[in-house]
Design a protein around this ligand. Sequence first.
Ligand code: NAD
Length: 246
Amino acid sequence: MENNIEKAAQILLRSEYSIAFTGAGISAESGIPPFRGEGGIWNMYNPEVLDIDYFMTHPAESWKVIRQLFYDYFAHALPNEAHLLLARMEKAGKMKAIITQNIDHLHQKAGSETVYAFHGDTSHLVCTSCMARYKFTEALLQQLPPFCEACGFFLKPDFVFFGEPIPAEAYNKSFQAASKARVVLVIGTTGEVMPAGMIPYTARQNGATIIEINTHRSAFTDEVSHIYLQGKAGEIMHQLGQTLKL
Ligand code: NAD
């Protein structure tokens, strides 16, 4: 493992265009459980509330769960060493962009600036009728569902629900970055959610080296990863940071 961390660090130091592709596993040490598997969110809650058709017909009921899960709970989470090292790498010119599937806004909280939120995030709400966007404040959730000041229709969180398309700008910028990347750090994702899961494949087809960090082997491990660092994201990134002297 030490040799692999050293190898990964050397590859990152030589690379002129590195990006990260992150999933729920990077936020596990911040206290946010992944969706699936042992301790996963969907063992405790019904995923139906994030189905767009269900939400549109049951907004008040869905919002009760959404508020509890994504606002009351996620709002208290803090970035961990993995988010923080990615932000330090960006400042040092060693990380050009982060493509995240997460909706928890923790990369931005850690100080990263170029973050493509592939599935949107909790930081804004959007009107389901006129598409007006609102920066999230507690006051907006005083009544559920929250309503749009402009047109009076109800709001939804500006992240992607089941049955919704990927936001075009995040999609395009993510795949452009993947095509340009010389190195991709893939952290804490099963690779099973599409089309996000295509990002490491696109990068590899264009010549990138793929370095994967995950506690368990994933869909990428045998197919696209050149280096697999097994372990918790925060712990592995701490060791990588020491080797990179960042
Ligand atoms: P997933 O829940 O399907 O898989 C999580 C992955 O992280 C697994 O491969 C697991 O082995 C790994 N993992 C767990 N703990 C880890 C740790 N401490 N360090 C490193 N790896 C660890 O997640 P996914 O593939 O990202 O996709 C599911 C979808 O659910 C995505 O769209 C994602 O946005 C969303 N999601 C987001 C959050 C969040 O915003 N924090 C939380 C749960 C799910």
